[in-house]
Every structure is written in C-alpha cells, then in structure tokens.
Design a binder for this molecule. Structure first.
Ligand code: HEC
Ligand code: HEC
Length: 265
C-alpha cells in the first residue's frame, strides 16, 4: 500500500464518519465553532498531504483527539475554546511526537498489515488497520498493565494503597477494556513483589485480593505457595485445602498439598 492509497483509505473513512463534510458534520456533531475557528490555509504540514481539504483535516484531527481521549489543545497552543489558537506552531511536544506516531502507524499498516493481502484491503477504511486507539485506548499515553501499576504502588506505598488504587481504577474504567481487573492480576502483583525481594508484600496482596475474590481457588493456592515459602506450613495447608474445596482439580493446590505431605506435614 503506497502513500496515495493510504491517504485514500483515510479519506474514505473520514467521509464515512462525517458524511457530506463540514457543514453536515457541524449540524450533527455540533462542531460549528470548529469549522469557523480552523483556518482555510495550512502552513506547517509535514506528514499530511499539503493540499488536504479542511473537512478532511478536521476529520483526522478529531480521530487523533478521540484515540487519545484529549482535546485540540493537548497538541496545539491556545485556549480550550479554540479562539485564537495557533495550530501551525510546533511548540508542543505532543504535536511533534504525533508526527512520529503517524509515520509508525502508516508503516505498520502498509508494510506489515498490508503486506500479505494488499489487494484485499483495497477499498476498506483505515479502521481495518492499526489506529491511535488500538494502543492508546482513549488515553494520552497507552495504559500500562494493571499488574505493573499495582506492583509499583504496593512496593512504594504499601498494599492498602494498591488495593485502593485497584478499586478506584475499577470503578472508573471497568468494562472499557483498558485494564485486566481479574484475579490473575493479583497473582502477577504477588509474584512481582516476591521477585523484588518483598515476600511479605506479596502475601499481603494475596490476602487483600481474597477479600475481592473470596471464591478464587487460584488465589487461595497462590497464598498457600507464598506461605510455604515463608515457612508457615499450617497456614499453607489451610489455604490449599480451601482452594481444593473450591476447585478439586486446581493443579497448584494439588501440587502444593503433595509438597507439604512430602515435607512431613
Ligand atoms: C494528538 C495531537 C493532535 C491533536 C489532539 C490535534 N492535532 Fe491538529 N495537528 C497535529 C499535528 C501533528 C499536526 C501537523 C500535521 C503535519 O505535520 O502534517 C496538526 C495540524 C493541524 C492543523 C494545520 C496547522 C497548519 O497550519 O499546518 C490544524 C488546523 C489542526 N491541526 C487543527 C486541529 C484541531 C481543530 C484539533 C481538535 C479537533 C486538533 N488539531 C487536534 C496534532 C494534533
Ligand atoms: C503501536 C502502538 C501505538 C500506536 C498505534 C500509537 N501510539 Fe502513540 N504512543 C505509543 C507508546 C508506547 C507511547 C509512549 C508512551 C510512554 O512513553 O509512556 C506513545 C506516545 C505517544 C505520545 C506522547 C505521549 C507523552 O505524553 O509523551 C503521543 C502524543 C502519541 N503517542 C500520539 C499518538 C497518535 C496521535 C497516534 C495515532 C496517529 C498514536 N499515538 C498511535 C504507542 C502507540
């Protein structure tokens, strides 16, 4: 897929969304001020086609803003109401970073995703490939893995702070596909804490996570393994028993129980 084709794909997608362009879009999406505030001539285009039309450009800008969950002034200098903005200046780092992102997205879509079925992609919209949203999920920076976010908090501020963070992120983002709120995340945090030489934080995290997922056989089994490592054989036996009561086939709990028996408990 060459540049011209890539541009066709983009334009195609934009037309699908804004229908007949600026005026109709303005009516539908209440963006009349946007059309009025954006200049008719563009003076500093380096990655977009220098002859691009105004409604095409606005469509692309809205796509970028939406993909990152930001407004125009995230990348452009000026007030949030679009009055008297300087769109052409490259003062903001986010604007400069975006050019590199655009080149990257084009390369992914044309050289990698397009490479084996270029013809088949012909005529499809840009949403068939990678977009800003694919990685950014409506956030200015692509979200990090939840287990990494929580591990950092657990190790620096303690387990209670990590649990509070878990609950507030869940409240804010549940269902948006941003973070993995499942029990497995707690297993990863505990593992990371143990690897960081803080087994006590790992055990705390597992105990706290059992308040969120009391019926999780995996978490009970992980707690058992952590307790074996910390020398609490009785606590471990109890945790494995609980895991096996919830899920008689739980492999970690079975293995842990056998290990304890071999150790003479
Ligand atoms: C994520 C960053 C980002 C966001 C958000 C963004 N823009 Fe842009 N904008 C850019 C970049 C990068 C360019 C330069 C493109 C190029 O070099 O070809 C640009 C160029 C422009 C230009 C052309 C300026 C010129 O004269 O060269 C206009 C007008 C513009 N944007 C308007 C908007 C509007 C209106 C919004 C909000 C709906 C918006 N932008 C949101 C990054 C952004
Ligand atoms: C393949 C994944 C991916 C895609 C697609 C992608 N980005 Fe990014 N973007 C990243 C990563 C990773 C970072 C670095 C984040 C960090 O340092 O924490 C980043 C950083 C940025 C930054 C700098 C953020 C900051 O605060 O330093 C901007 C602006 C940005 N991206 C805009 C865009 C735009 C606009 C698009 C679509 C044209 C896009 N990105 C597409 C992965 C992606």
């Amino acid at each position: 897929m060459n540049q011209k084709k890539a541009r066709f794909h983009m334009t195609h997608a934009i037309h699908r969304f804004t229908l007949a362009g600026c005026c109709l879009a303005a009516l539908l999406l209440m963006t009349a001020p946007l059309c009025a505030q954006v200049p008719d001539e563009f003076t500093n285009l380096k990655v977009l086609d220098k002859d691009i039309g105004k409604q095409d450009l606005i469509g692309i800008m809205k796509g970028w803003a939406g993909g990152l969950g930001v407004r125009c002034n995230h990348c452009h200098v000026g007030p949030d109401n679009l009055q008297g903005m300087d769109f052409a200046t490259d003062e903001k780092e986010h604007k400069r970073a975006t050019r590199a992102m655009v080149e990257m997205v084009r390369t992914i879509n044309s050289q990698y995703l397009g490479s084996w079925e270029d013809e088949a992609l012909e005529g499809k919209g840009e949403d068939d490939g990678v977009t800003c949203f694919t990685c950014h999920r409506g956030q200015p920076r692509p979200p990090h893995k939840l287990s990494e976010v929580l591990t950092e908090t657990a190790l620096s501020e303690g387990t209670d702070a990590a649990m509070t963070q878990y609950k507030s992120l869940k409240q804010e983002h549940y269902g948006a596909g941003l973070y993995d709120f499942s029990e497995g995340t707690f297993g990863q945090v505990a593992q990371a804490a143990i690897e960081a030489g803080k087994p006590e934080v790992g055990l705390e995290v597992l105990r706290s996570s059992l308040e969120v997922y009391p019926e999780s056989a995996d978490l009970h089994a992980f707690l058992g393994m952590g307790l074996v490592q910390s020398g609490d054989a009785d606590g471990a036996a109890e945790a494995f028993a609980k895991a096996l009561q919830l899920d008689p086939d739980n492999a970690n709990a079975k293995r842990g129980k056998m290990m304890l028996e071999r150790m003479g408990n």
